[in-house]
Ligand binder design. Sequence first.
Ligand SMILES: [Zn+2]
Length: 454
Amino acid sequence: MRLLAAALAILPLCAQSPGQKLAREIFQQLIEINTTDSSGDNTRAAEAMAARFRAAGFPEGDVHVLGPVARKGNLVVRLHGAGAARPILFLGHLDVVEALRADWSFDPFVFREQDGYFYGRGTSDMKGDDATLAAAFLRMKRENFQPSRDLILALTSDEEGGNSNGAGWLVTEHRDLIDAQFCVNADGGGGHIKNGKHLFMAMQAAEKVFLSFKLEVTNSGGHSSLPTRDNAIYHLADGLSRLGKFDFPVHLFDVTRAAFERGANIYGGQLGADLKALVQNPGDAAAVARLSAIPLYNAQMRTTCVATMLSGGHAQNALPQLATAVVNCRLLPVDKPADIKRTLEQVLADPKITVTEMNQPVTTPYTPIDPKVMAAVTASTNKFWPGLPVVPAMETGATDGTVMIRAGIPTYGVSGMFGDEDDVRAHGRDERILVKSFDEAVDFMYDLIKRLAM
Ligand SMILES: [Zn+2]
């Protein structure tokens, strides 16, 4: 019995399901089509996927490759459902960050399996996820699965850069093709591994909002041999040093509160204790002080505003007539831009410093996590990794999810791919993903999509 059990236990490691085999083929095909902004061709990748969907029996009218310019094609595929609710959009980007052969140990555009990893540009960001999505849609079609509502797959261009952001273009030019009740963005979320152990599954449920301010002080100037106390550079510098010592108030909301709550159990130790204390009492000064010293947690607890650029003066021997700085803020989605500006002016505490917005912030109201989406992600996670916690997460940077949220489509970052917290190679050299993680992600995504579409 023991021997048999042992032999059976080995089987799943070697055996590849038909879904996994197809996903690997798609993965290889995508990696080997260069989709960088400089020399790649997103349309080729989109067309390669479109050919697979047509061959699988998707009608011509449900498979679209379209874009604003030649090399920036986006793929949109629709699997028709029973119309019980508005569609669900599944989103991924096909483009990848530049990769130079000279920087890598091997050709970044040749799919390579070695020592339990798949290597190549885009393996982790995010052609592996694209392959899991495409394979799931093909498999549902093959199995004649009838979803309760339409399911839409959009694989887009220029998320990483370039002038033809596909998600934005689709929203403005072809809203009808991608309009959905909510969006699952496979570029966000995903599993965390640390020291070889699965830690938790993150579900991205919120993003911070980008807002920069220009600070400006003008002065009549004069000869530097006759200085006065009223100096544009001093006004600005004094204001900035007050800002440097200031922290915006701690403001937890459902996403960060849940993240801290679950993080407390996952991490343990002082960090775990502080996360727990903060949830119980956001005014716990000692916990706030310790967490504020960790940039990752500081950025989760509050809106941040930091000086990023500085200039002033026009000659060595002249009193400055102008001093300017850029302050970049990352707002919690529950904080209001006008309030942050007012606080900033109060902290700078100098009427000579004028504060002007440099960009239009995304002001879409924050929508709480949809419990049905959370339940589906939790159920699929528990099916493949029993007992693993699902942690809602707020991204401090930005993905194409921002584009969808701005368009009024609530967006959740979900990926079945697990990556090592200490081995993040997205955008870097020798990018890779664990073979085992990829195979598991294929089954996870298929399971999740069906669960959401029941
Ligand atoms: Zn990405």
